[in-house]
Ligand binder design. Structure first.
Ligand code: HEC
Ligand code: HEC
Ligand code: HEC
Ligand code: HEC
Length: 348
């Protein structure tokens, strides 16, 4: 081999090494791809085994206490100040109290919600919030089966041993015209984790998971009647979609086909489940969380004085089914609405 060709071979090796170093900085280890639709349609999910593995610890489901008999005197007769769980038997009631203690605050237990010298007292705000949370959880399990199916939820789905669920959202400052020199910023270019640090509006939740704005990128009609702020709306839409993908740990094609984001034809069934999920999250925020604003102390509230609210990540926490689809709720008939309960507006 001539001197020149040895040199160029060395250069080639160096360049190759440099390239490899560069590329390996992108994402490690090798991604796994799973075909999710007809061949040739590009319906592929890409998973990173390292991230999947790291999430496992977050998905350990606590062992349920043995079931309690439904027979015997009802809690409403035995206790003094029971407004929601009156239909339970005393053993069922006690089992639920013990379970929620470990789901919400295992360190403080009963005392996190109760004055333990008088369990009937409503002095602690946490008890007042918990009462509403019981009603909310029952509504989710009984009236939102279109989304949660038979898997359902318990307090643990969102709380996982934390008083404040790890994934919540607050309204962000909208920065409208006149508040800065750029114009209507709409939360853009202030990167937040919820939108994967993109320049998309960092609060796509207020318009869609609280208000009922249309989730659209372009108008469904020729005249701009229903879609007056289309660019802003499109950006909010992409913000929400980025959040949904991150919250479930999936790519866009988990719900959409690769031909058209708009079309409902040829989509995986998950898109319809997600459609109900959006309506459910909106209902939970409007009917249960926002009305608790006066109950929460100031230090629990956001910059604009609102309460912490739920989005897709509050339950999913990175997985396409919360807790990898563990059917924890079936062990807790106490968390279903009683058969004679009035239908809630949330179900419509
Ligand atoms: C996350 C909050 C929370 C925790 C933790 C909690 N409770 Fe409760 N407890 C409540 C709520 C809410 C009610 C009222 C339920 C209703 O109105 O239907 C209640 C009611 C009670 C009552 C009925 C009191 C009466 O006379 O009206 C008893 C007894 C009770 N809890 C015992 C316990 C025990 C024992 C523990 C610990 C093992 C515990 N609770 C942990 C929220 C909690
Ligand atoms: C859909 C998710 C979700 C479910 C299910 C859920 N919670 Fe919550 N919970 C929240 C959110 C969001 C907050 C507001 C966080 C905050 O600012 O404290 C909250 C707050 C609370 C608080 C106040 C904590 C504090 O320190 O301020 C208590 C107590 C509570 N929940 C109890 C319960 C109980 C008991 C259950 C089950 C019966 C339950 N939650 C089910 C989402 C949920
Ligand atoms: C978990 C399911 C899910 C994932 C993942 C998802 N979407 Fe969506 N997407 C939906 C649903 C449901 C709607 C319809 C919402 C409605 O009409 O209320 C929608 C609507 C849209 C629209 C509006 C279509 C129109 O009618 O104008 C666009 C654009 C869109 N998604 C893009 C994306 C992109 C880009 C991604 C990936 C970053 C993505 N979506 C990920 C479920 C999903
Ligand atoms: C109250 C908790 C909760 C919230 C909030 C929630 N989900 Fe879910 N979601 C669930 C549960 C539980 C399941 C599992 C249902 C089942 O086993 O079929 C599920 C299932 C799904 C599935 C079907 C997954 C599959 O592979 O079958 C999609 C898609 C989904 N959710 C999207 C969303 C989106 C998008 C949002 C936010 C707009 C959202 N979810 C908010 C609890 C929730």
């Amino acid at each position: 081999m001539s001197h020149a060709s040895t040199l160029s071979a060395r250069w080639a090796t160096l360049v190759l090494l440099a390239l490899l170093t560069l590329l390996s900085g992108c994402e490690r280890p090798f991604m796994e791809s799973v075909q999710h639709g007809y061949r040739g349609t590009g319906m592929v999910q890409i998973y990173n085994p390292r991230i999947l593995e790291a999430r496992q610890d977050n998905n350990i489901v606590p062992v349920s206490l043995p079931p309690a008999p439904a027979e015997g005197p009802k809690a409403a007769l035995v206790f003094k100040n029971v407004k929601v769980l009156g239909d339970l038997s005393v053993p069922q009631f006690t089992r639920l109290m013990a379970s929620i203690s470990t789901w919400i605050n295992p360190q403080e237990g009963c005392a996190y919600c109760h004055d333990v010298t008088n369990f009937a007292d409503d002095g602690k705000y946490t008890k007042v919030v918990a009462r509403r949370m019981l009603e909310m959880t029952r509504t989710i399990n009984s009236q939102w089966k279109t989304h949660v199916a038979e898997t359902g939820v318990t307090c643990f789905t969102c709380h996982r041993g934390n008083a404040i669920p790890q994934q919540v959202w607050f309204r962000s400052n909208p920065q409208p015209y006149g508040s800065n020199f750029i114009g209507d910023k709409a939360g853009q270019n202030s990167p937040e984790a919820v939108v994967d640090y993109t320049s998309l509006p960092n609060d796509p939740f207020t318009p869609f998971l609280l208000d009922k704005q249309e989730i659209r990128v372009n108008s469904a009609t020729a005249l701009p009647t229903g879609n007056r702020h289309s660019i802003k709306q499109a950006e909010w839409t992409y913000g929400l979609m980025t959040h949904a993908s991150l919250a479930l740990g999936v790519n866009c094609t988990y719900c959409h086909n690769t031909r058209s984001f708009q079309s409902w034809q040829g989509n995986p069934p998950q898109r319809a489940v997600a459609w109900y999920g959006i309506r459910m999250a909106r209902a939970l925020n409007n009917e249960y969380l926002e009305p608790l604003a006066n109950v929460f102390p100031a230090h629990r509230k956001g910059e604009l004085g609102d309460v912490a609210k739920a989005n897709c990540a509050t339950c999913h926490q990175g997985d396409y089914k919360p807790l990898n689809g563990a059917q924890m709720a079936k062990d807790f008939p106490e968390l279903q609405l009683p058969a004679d309960a009035a239908p809630s507006v949330a179900a419509k």
